[in-house]
Design a binder for this molecule. Structure first.
Ligand code: HAM
Length: 426
């Protein structure tokens, strides 16, 4: 037997309904906030992520599924969505469209070669949004509120929003120098990755899982002390918008995020539900002014976030939230006798064409077993077609909720059932 690859999963009936439910909720919410869907390829030129996500990030250095195709191109299964969306924005000149900012959303699988554990997959599905073309702090708050809203509307309560600013270029340079000065005397005590990070991208040291407990981490200089006046004012405005929208947050100056393109606002949403597990981050995002230019477009500010469906569903489970999934079938037709079988096929076809959900037996089951099957499928109505009914051009209908059974003339069945289902749905 061939098993699925490590870090991937099969989603089977019973689970896929949950995925469809949260996906529909996300789409509805995006519609509410006026974000439109964008679909980009699952693989891109490797260079896109090297330049977009950043050469010194763990994602690019250790986690990408990169391969050579038969034409000797170096391609990579996308590890995230932002770089692809920005590439598409530039390539399709979306910056030239009348409606700005361009507010886009996406749903799709991402791939990272990470050590699989609870909540960490090698293939996972992200819901994400990107707003390109606005440097208004109000849109930072809008992006954060959309992210929070999806969890809230699905019923999650144990949520923590953590925000930070990474400042503008000057703030970052000053902070970078301060970090180098701070960590340099401890260089030998840090892990080998951090020794490289210190030279290449010292901000990444703050994000290190191995050196988290090192005393120098706790006393590391905070970006908040190095903000320029503009960057500080920007962050203050973002917070004011969050306050007015009644979204509570904690400011964590050590929140640096694992991708290189960020500046100004950065945020993560965590679950603090008991039993959620070691990985508590549900979603992450931030501002990335400069990325559009980096990928060859005109100077365009951007902000977005992404969450994974896997962790969203884990959080729902940790809080014992059942999604309101309607997996009941409208109707099931039971045929008794050979003659009725042909008529049943015709009837099932008619009902389906009228938009009524219906199924029938295909295994030659006896009457009782067919009834059981209808029950298992949670059929709201069971239609029984026997030789007698057929002779009278009638059909028996049992309402499975009330137990009531009536006899209806066959030509009236579609309109009768349509009416009944409409009533049931109210
Ligand atoms: P990220 O923080 O790398 O950001 O990923 C966003 C979310 O994807 C995480 O918070 C987590 O829920 C989920 N995630 C990441 N890796 C895995 C994994 N191995 N298994 C399951 N879930 C995972 C980004 O990807 C940015 N593109 C977000 C963004 C959009 N920033 C601006 N716009």
């Amino acid at each position: 037997m061939i098993h699925l690859p490590r870090g991937t999963q099969d989603l089977l009936p019973g689970t896929t309904e949950k995925w469809q439910h949260v996906e529909a909720k996300f789409i509805e919410l995006c519609r509410n906030f006026n974000y439109q869907e964008i679909r980009t390829p699952i693989f891109e030129h490797t260079e896109l992520f090297q330049r977009g996500v950043g050469d010194t990030t763990d994602i690019v250095q250790k986690e990408m599924y990169t391969f050579q195709d038969r034409g000797d191109r170096t391609l990579t299964l996308r590890p995230e969505g932002t770089a692809s969306v920005v590439r598409s924005f530039v390539q399709n000149k979306l910056f030239g469209q009348a409606n700005q900012p361009q507010k886009l959303f996406y749903i799709g699988p991402m791939f990272r070669y990470e050590r699989p554990q609870q909540g960490r997959w090698r293939q996972f599905v992200q819901f994400g949004i990107e707003a390109l073309g606005s440097a208004d702090p109000a849109i930072d708050a809008e992006v954060i509120s959309l992210a929070m809203e999806i969890y809230k509307q699905l019923g999650l309560r144990s949520l923590k929003l953590v925000i930070n600013t990474l400042g503008d270029q000057t703030s970052r340079e000053n902070h970078r120098n301060a970090l180098v000065e701070h960590f340099e005397p401890h260089k030998e005590e840090l892990c080998s990755d951090c020794q490289v990070r210190l030279a290449q991208n010292p901000l990444r040291v703050l994000d290190c899982k191995k050196d988290r407990e090192h005393p120098a981490m706790k006393t590391a200089p905070s970006i908040l002390s190095y903000l320029t006046e503009e960057a500080d004012a920007y962050f203050t405005k973002v917070k004011a918008f969050l306050d007015i929208m009644d979204i509570s947050y904690h400011v964590d100056p050590n929140l640096v995020r694992g991708l290189d393109y960020y500046n100004h606002t950065a945020f993560e949403i965590m679950s603090d539900a008991e039993g959620f597990g070691a990985i508590t981050t549900l979603a992450g995002g931030g501002r990335y002014n400069g990325l559009v230019e980096e990928l060859g477009g005109p100077e365009t500010p951007g902000i977005g976030f992404a969450l994974s469906v896997e962790r969203l569903l884990m959080a729902l489970e940790a809080e014992n939230i059942e999604l309101p999934i309607d997996d009941a079938l409208d109707s099931y037709v039971i045929a008794m006798g050979e003659k009725a079988e042909l008529k049943t096929a015709e009837l099932v076809n008619q009902l389906r064409q009228a938009g009524i959900q219906v199924d029938k037996d295909y295994q030659g089951k006896k009457f009782k077993a067919q009834f059981k099957a209808a029950d298992r499928l949670k059929a709201k109505f069971v239609l029984i077609l026997g030789e007698n009914e057929l002779a009278e051009n009638k059909i028996e209908i049992k309402n499975m909720q009330t137990g009531e059974q009536v006899s209806i003339s066959l030509p009236d069945i579609v309109s009768y059932l349509t009416e009944q289902i409409k009533k049931g749905g109210q």
